[in-house]
Design a protein. Structure first.
Length: 82
């Protein structure tokens, strides 16, 4: 079964990201979210956190919005003056 992601991430790379995160963090890993400026995919979600991945999307969307805004601010602060 091939999984298609909205961000365009390839399934093999998504599996590698989840595997690396699970290996490094073990049972403390709660979720793996891959995002671009315009979209995000929930690659892994620990089973005891939400009823379904669809239930988790609103919470993860807020997280992605925060990370995107923080990244934009950091970029602006690091740009050399013109």
């Amino acid at each position: 079964m091939t999984v298609e992601y909205g961000t365009g991430i390839e399934a093999a790379f998504a599996d590698q990201l989840v595997s690396a995160a699970r290996t490094g963090l073990g049972d403390t890993l709660r979720s793996v979210v891959y995002f671009t400026p315009s979209s995000f995919d929930l690659l892994y979600l620990r089973g005891d956190l939400y009823e379904s991945p669809e239930d988790a999307r609103p919470a993860k969307a807020r997280l992605v919005e925060f990370e995107t805004a923080a990244s934009a601010v950091t970029t602006l602060l690091l740009e050399p003056p013109s």
